[in-house]
Design a protein around this ligand. Sequence first.
Ligand code: HEM
Length: 513
Amino acid sequence: MSRVQLPALPPLTLTLILETTAALVVCTTAVLLLQRLVFHPLARLPGPKLAAASWWYMTYYEVFKDGAFVEHLQHLHARYGPVVRVGPNQLHFNALNAYDDIYLHGHRFTKDPRMYLSLNQSDSSLCIVELKEIKTRREILGPLFSRRAIIKLEHVVLSKVNRLIEQLGHYAEAGKPANIRRACRSAALELIYAYCFATHEDFVTAPDFSHKFVVESEMTFPLVHHFVHFPWMLPLLVLQTQIAAWFKPGGEGGVLYDSYGGLKSKIDELVAYPDMVDRDEHETVFNHLLRPHPDKGQLEVPSTKVLWEEAINLIAAGSETVATIVNVGMFYVLNDPAVYGKLTAELKSAWPEVQTTMHYETLEKLPYLTAVVKESLRIGHGLVHPLPRVVGPTDAVIAGFTVPAGAVVAMGATFVHFNPTVFPQPHAFMPERWLGKDKGHLDQYLVSFSKGPRTCLGINLAWCELYLFFGYLFRKLHMTLHETTIDDMAYRCHLTPTFRGRMLHCKVKVRSD
Ligand code: HEM
């Protein structure tokens, strides 16, 4: 039998390796492009071909154009209509009924792992993707954030608001303008720490309300897009801060680790001595979490990792959002003498003796204050980035379009809040739009807390904080804007709005009557 002579293989040279690699890359890219542009279930939906072809389209606007994607979405909707394919597997909607279809009726949709798992907190209630897991967590934490529980713990909120007012009183005495944004964020942080651990943190007494933790943690919010598009970045940053803190505890760049590291020690201590929680001054998040809840599906005490991630999440979610809404609302009220006059007149008439204690349940019945809080939530949004959900387990109809299971869908709150049909002159701060018996239907379009099964867990606490912040600050203090203008209210759309201008500063006087 004659042997078949195989042709000799060419020698393995660098040129050959490069050529083969290039050919493989070109072929794979061609197949991928063909799949995304022609055979993908979203291929028939409108949108720029570049966005359909590659995630880099979104990365360009979100990372390299400093959060310009939300702005760009407006142009895309103007050109392509109510639904736009904004990524290889992602759609964005701009239709009022789409919001409810995604967040309210799509109660079996999950959060998009591409975004939420990149935040390095996969075990926190914000980032849990699995429906069963989040149901358990929300059933355990829910009772602590119920309206009843918040009213029972109103004194904790009040004590933090009063501490803030006392501090602002020192600025009044010194005739020095106060950084109101940082002041409110410091107070909101103290409050959420108290809620989680019953601890007394001291942020509001820092000079210029600029405690290192407040300043440094502010810097992480604008980085969210970087973390989503480059998932290796956050673990690297954590490592860097750990190393910085290791070499120089409390030094530059080490503070996040120091503060969050302090939280970790607190959690380690609670896990080691669970009876400690019974000695807390009031019920806390960790009273609830640190016990097994077999009836709710939590058979054991959660791991330290779960507890730590939940604590970091609650502290971040519960401070930045509240501070943003108070900051935006206070600016617009102070910038409009008519609004300021109506609000302070209503507060004075309902609360004639300024030294007495005013309760949340009374404040929330005041119509003009309520209109100011709602308008602040509308114009400040809270979270400005569209919150992505994965359609499933079956195909769904969103705003009349059939969307296949597995596709990622979203609609940003800005597209509801700035809809001119629902809110005429959407960019103007007009509390009056919420007043009147026929305005109740507008509440369904206030989506700052999102809707449905993943609506904000802290919504009742947030409402209570907002009423007490606005009510107490405007009743107890006379404030005027200091070198802050409407231009300073411009923001970039990261997950939360990032204000690049000067922070809200006010001159303050204490009211005696
Ligand atoms: C004005 C203040 C607030 C606004 C505008 C706000 C807004 C939101 C929004 C839009 C979401 C949905 C996020 C998503 O779908 O990914 C959310 C979730 C969440 N919020 Fe808030 N929030 C506020 C205050 C608070 C407070 C005070 C807390 C208390 C700790 C809190 C805790 C949470 C948690 C734990 C989640 C995750 C819930 C889940 O995914 O199931 N928030 N918030």
